[in-house]
Design a protein around this ligand. Sequence first.
Ligand code: TXD
Length: 315
Amino acid sequence: MRKKISLIGAGQIGGTLAHIITMKELADVVLFDVAKNIAKGKALDIAQSTAIEGSNINLLGTDNYEDTKDSDVIIITAGVPRKPGMTRDDLLEINLKIIKQVAIGIKKTSPNAFVICITNPLDVIVMALQKYSGLPNNKVVGMAGVLDSSRFKYFLSKELKVPIKSINSIVLGGHGDTMVPMPNHTTVDGKPLVQIIKKEKLDLIIEKTRKGGAEIIKYLEKGSAFYAPAAAGVEMAESYIKNFKKTLPCAAHLNGEYGIKNLYAGVPVVIGNKGVEKVIEIKLDPKEKENFKISIEAVKDLFSAAVKIDPDLKK
Ligand code: TXD
């Protein structure tokens, strides 16, 4: 029985998600947006590509949550993106209101779905989504680390002139300027990265990774990155639908792991058909521990700001 993925938000990332899912024939797609015609237009356009791709996928555009009923996976991009000069945190107030509406919508229609949140500021928005929806912690996860790790690997592959597939790496912590690329947990063709790159070059690449989103916003002016974020979201959805049990860096609920309780943060998790099946605790050296702690504090501070905006989050 073919699975069903509902995309809440049919904007830049939502439309790209729909296109990638269709080309991979991963699942039937419902594109939901409050701007109904955007959802309808994009669904129809992608549907008209299926004859060319030979993809046997059904697509529907809608603004009615009933059409998203009993989804296997829900990917949420509803919200506003950054403009040049804005930080992800500047989006908190407006996107918190939007995610509350979305949470109410999906709770009623797809209580058993695996929910991947992409909307920024990601770590707090995914935490708010889980609280507002009341869905199980292991079925609500945020997409950030897969994107940030992909950016880190890309910059390394260009610097070292190696195939990107030869690089194994991970980025932990919050999806913000305090994210924690992990050079000591990075290998190139199995060799430790720190043995083959100069420290100054590595520091430059870490900074470029942290600013990866802002650089694209500077070029696009009217929106933020969407191809790589969409590809990252699909990798997470595919690991769930096909039970790949991939270990992926995601914003996941921590219940004591890494010494953190009741907070979402970017950590390596196993995603299989039960959702987040395991949080992987990797050994952090003192510097990594310090950087991770700084990143976690930034998430906690922003969540406190969110509670001031909406005391319902305190419950
Ligand atoms: O790594 C990551 N997690 C980030 C996430 C990477 C890049 C972008 N990131 C964030 O994703 C970005 O900062 C935004 O918060 C979201 C979506 O970015 P996108 O570029 O797709 O924004 P668009 O093109 O503006 O699309 C958002 C759509 C738009 O069509 C609105 O009409 C719709 O969201 N929208 C809603 N849909 C459903 N329900 C409600 N309430 C709603 N409000 C707006």
